[in-house]
Design a protein around this ligand. Structure first.
Ligand code: ATR
Length: 290
């Protein structure tokens, strides 16, 4: 890495940031694209978000990613927010403008691109979303915006699913969102739905857990995407595949949310072979075996 007087700085704010794979993704991408940019982690305490973002702006930092626990708090410090990110109420990418940072949510752009690549369209599709937490929230808004025909939001706590369903219904008047408990999964009067698994259930080291065990649920599904990437094949994905349905993990989503931020900051779209190199390095760094 050749850091010079002209080198631009991007970085990640959050707490913790020590285990993040974002520096590897962005620095590799910059190297492959021949950009004069370095990406560094910045651990920021909860009370310091404003000072950190204003300080970064004063230091001419080009762009920032924002991770847990600052994705909501950072909204107050931005000069502008992308409309869908504003509706979700969470941003993970800040882009420098003449008047301050503009906030985006590239997590949903990452999922969108992963689905597109898998040949799965949200438009006019029936989607079953498992979970109603922070990740589910962004994904549910994406499904509503993309014109999913029906969205079922199933969660352990039914109340939480109901609250989210009501909010999405308000934000997108055409959206048809139904909330329910996880025990309803095998009883839905639908077929060929896309399942999006948005919780941490099944994540390493609890690899033998899945939110839904009812085989009927998987038999009636068309395809499934898990946001988990470690293990590479979750129990949810195994259930899908055992019933002959395609299943995808969250590693591409992680890669594509980073590349979406990269494109916003640098206006550069990486060549396909460069994307493959980064994907391979991510798998090595995360010790993912497929
Ligand atoms: P995130 O930001 O990762 O989505 P979160 O906002 O804490 O995290 O949400 C966690 C989600 O995983 C919720 O849908 C939660 O269900 P509840 O709302 O009922 O708590 C779900 N979840 C976590 N652990 C779970 C478990 N052991 N069984 C079922 N659902 C679980």
């Amino acid at each position: 890495m050749n850091i010079k007087g002209t080198t631009r700085v991007c970085g990640l704010t959050g707490n913790p940031v020590e285990h993040s794979i974002s520096p590897l993704i962005h620095n590799t991408a910059a190297q492959l694209a021949g950009l004069d940019m370095v990406y560094v982690p910045f651990r920021v305490e909860a009370g310091d978000v404003r000072a950190a973002i204003e300080g970064a702006y004063a230091l001419n930092v080009l762009g920032l990613n924002v991770t847990v626990p600052h994705k909501q708090a950072v909204l107050e410090v931005l000069s502008e927010v992308d409309p869908i990110a504003g509706k979700i109420g969470a941003v993970n990418t800040l882009v420098r403008t003449a008047s301050g940072y503009k906030g985006y949510n590239t997590d949903i752009l990452g999922l969108h691109r992963e689905l597109e690549e898998a040949g799965i369209s949200l438009k006019d599709n029936i989607v079953v979303i498992l979970g109603a937490g922070g990740a589910s929230r962004a994904i549910t808004f994406l499904c509503a915006r993309e014109g999913a025909r029906k969205i079922y939001l199933l969660n352990r706590s039914r109340e939480r699913a109901q609250e989210l369903a009501a909010e999405v219904g308000k934000a997108f008047s055409g959206a048809c969102v139904t909330a329910g408990g996880l025990e309803e999964a095998g009883q839905l009067a639908e077929r060929d739905y896309l399942v999006l698994q948005t919780t941490s259930v099944g994540m390493h080291p609890n690899c033998n857990a899945a939110l839904v065990e009812d085989p009927v649920f998987y038999q009636r599904a068309a395809a499934g995407v898990d946001i988990i990437y470690n293990p590479a094949k979750t129990r949810f994905m195994r259930h899908m595949e055992e019933n002959g349905k395609p299943a995808f993990n969250g590693l591409k989503m992680l890669l594509y949310q980073a590349l979406a931020a990269f494109e916003l900051w640098h206006g550069v779209r990486l060549a396909a072979q460069d994307v493959d190199v980064i994907y391979k390095r991510m798998k090595e760094a995360l010790q993912i075996v497929e």
